[in-house]
Design a protein around this ligand. Structure first.
Ligand code: AMP
Ligand code: MG
Length: 421
C-alpha cells in the first residue's frame, strides 16, 4: 500500500481508483440479499415493518352500502327530467343505527354520512339541496340518480388481496389493517446491525477525558440513524487500535449480525487496522468512493455479514451512512425500491468552494425567499469533523463530481434531510 498523503481523488492510498458514488451504491445493492425469517406482531407494533405474506380481506370495506353525505336517501328513478321532487320522509338512518324499513317510490329517509342505505334507496341528495315542509322533503332540480352512495366493498372487496407481501406498513396501511379487523400480522424480521467505533483516543459518555482524548460521537449518531431506520442495533462499544482487538470485534459482530457498521481506522495510517483486517479476514468490495466528506470507506463482507467501514470524521460518517448504508440496510430489510432520492433545485446564496473530482455533500439550510424561490446557504465551517455544521443544516447541497466552485446566485441541487429516515 502506498502513502495516504496523496490527495488526488483517484489514488489515495488503497489500490485502484475511487468509485463514483452511483457505482458504489449499485455494487452495494447488488451484494445485498434481504434477510429471511418473519415474526407475528400486533398491528400497531408493525408500523414501519414489511408484510411477510399477502393479507386477504375476509370482509367488504365498507361492509355495507352507505351514504357519502348528510341528506336524504331515495329512489333515483323518482327524479323528474326537470324541476323539483317532493318526497315523504318515512324515517332516519344514522351511522350504526340503520333504518329498518324499505323505501318505495315517493318516499325518502333522512340519512347521515356513513349510515347504511335503506333497502330500496339508491341515491342521496345532500341536505343543503333540500327544503322541508313537515314530513315532505322538497328536492331541488339538478340531482343525479345514484349519486353520493358508497358501495359495499368499493374500497376493498371480500376475498381480495388488501395488502400484498412486501408492503411497507405506513400509517395508511396500518389503518387498512384496522379497517379489515385484523389484529396481528406476519412481518419480516428486522436486520440485526452491529456497530462499533475504533480509536485509542475515544472515550464514552461517563468516562473522564484524558490528554489528547475525545468523546466518541459516531456511536451516538450511528445508533440514532440505525434506530430511526428501524433495524435491530447492537452496540459493540469502542475497539482499541489494535490488530487483534479489531479482528476479534469483526468475528463477534459477523457471528451475531446481518451487517456491521464501524467508524474510524479505515485509512492507511499506522493505527488503522479496519481496512487491513477486512482484507485479511473478509472479502473486500471496494475501498474508496469519490465523495466528500467520506473517503476512504470500505465495503465488503465478513462471513455472511455485510461490512461498512465508515471514515472516522463525524460528518463523513453521517454523509456516507445516508448515501450508502441506509439504502443498503433498507434493501437488507427487504424494503421495496424507494425510487430516486428526493432532490430539488435551489439558488445558492453562498459562494461554495469545490474542486472537480468528488461528489460533495456540503451542509446547507434550505428556505423560501419572500418571492417564493427556494434558496440555500451553507452552514458555517464545512470541515468533515465539524458536526455542528450538520446539526445546523436541514439539507445537503449536492455538488456533482465534475462541478467546480459555485458562485452566489448559481442554481444547485439540494437533498433535504427529510429524505432520510
Ligand atoms: P480515523 O479515520 O480513525 O483516522 O479518524 C479520523 C478522525 O475522526 C480523527 O480525528 C478521529 O479522532 C475522529 N474520530 C474517529 N472516530 C471517532 C468517533 N467515534 N467519534 C468522534 N470522532 C471520531
Ligand atoms: Mg482512528
Amino acid at each position: 500500500m502506498s502513502s495516504k498523503t496523496n490527495t488526488d481523488c483517484c489514488a489515495d492510498g488503497h489500490d485502484g481508483p475511487a468509485l463514483k458514488l452511483s457505482e458504489a451504491l449499485s455494487r452495494i445493492l447488488a451484494a445485498v440479499k434481504p434477510v429471511a425469517g418473519c415474526e407475528t406482531l400486533a398491528v400497531r407494533s408493525a408500523l414501519g415493518r414489511l408484510l411477510a405474506d399477502d393479507v386477504v380481506s375476509k370482509i367488504n370495506v365498507p361492509s355495507h352500502t352507505n351514504s357519502a353525505m348528510d341528506g336524504y336517501a331515495f329512489i333515483g328513478a323518482d327524479l323528474p327530467a326537470a324541476g323539483e321532487t317532493r318526497l315523504t320522509v318515512i324515517g332516519t338512518s344514522a351511522a350504526g343505527r340503520p333504518f329498518a324499513g324499505e323505501v318505495v317510490p315517493g318516499q325518502c329517509v333522512r340519512i347521515m354520512t356513513g349510515a347504511p342505505m335503506p333497502v330500496g334507496a339508491d341515491t342521496v341528495v345532500m341536505q343543503e339541496n333540500v327544503t322541508r315542509d313537515g314530513d315532505t322533503a322538497i328536492v331541488g332540480a339538478g340531482e343525479k340518480a345514484g349519486q353520493h352512495v358508497r358501495q359495499a366493498g368499493e374500497d376493498i372487496a371480500a376475498g381480495s388481496v388488501a395488502l400484498s407481501a412486501g408492503t411497507h406498513l405506513m400509517p395508511a396501511e396500518i389503518g387498512i389493517l384496522g379497517s379489515l379487523g385484523v389484529g396481528e400480522v406476519s412481518v419480516r424480521r428486522r436486520p440485526r446491525v452491529a456497530f462499533f467505533s475504533t480509536g485509542d483516543e475515544l472515550r464514552s459518555v461517563g468516562e473522564p477525558l484524558g490528554e489528547g482524548q475525545i468523546y466518541d460521537s459516531n456511536r451516538y449518531t450511528i445508533f440514532s440513524m440505525l434506530t430511526r431506520l428501524g433495524v435491530d442495533a447492537l452496540d459493540m462499544g469502542v475497539i482499541r487500535d489494535d490488530r487483534d482487538a479489531v479482528a476479534q470485534a469483526f468475528a463477534k459482530a459477523a457471528a451475531e449480525a446481518d451487517a456491521i457498521v464501524t467508524s474510524g481506522g479505515v485509512s492507511v495510517g499506522d493505527a488503522d487496522y479496519v481496512a487491513e483486517t477486512l482484507e485479511r479476514t473478509g472479502t473486500v468490495g471496494f475501498w474508496k468512493v469519490a465523495m466528500k466528506p467520506g473517503r476512504p470507506l470500505a465495503f465488503g463482507r465478513i462471513g455472511d455479514a455485510l461490512f461498512f467501514g465508515l471514515p472516522g470524521n463525524p460528518n463523513s460518517v453521517m454523509a456516507t451512512f445516508y448515501q450508502l448504508v441506509q439504502p443498503a440496510l433498507q434493501a437488507l430489510a427487504g424494503m421495496p425500491d424507494p425510487g430516486p432520492p428526493l432532490m430539488m433545485r435551489a439558488v445558492s446564496s453562498s459562494a461554495l468552494r469545490k474542486k472537480p473530482g468528488r461528489r460533495e455533500f456540503q451542509r446547507g439550510v434550505l428556505s423560501r425567499s419572500d418571492d417564493g424561490r427556494l434558496i440555500v446557504h451553507k452552514t458555517g465551517h464545512q470541515g468533515s469533523g465539524v458536526l455542528s455544521s450538520m446539526a445546523a443544516a436541514n439539507c445537503f447541497i449536492v455538488l456533482p463530481e465534475d462541478s467546480g466552485p459555485v458562485s452566489e446566485g448559481d442554481q444547485v441541487t439540494v437533498q433535504p434531510f427529510a429524505a432520510f429516515v
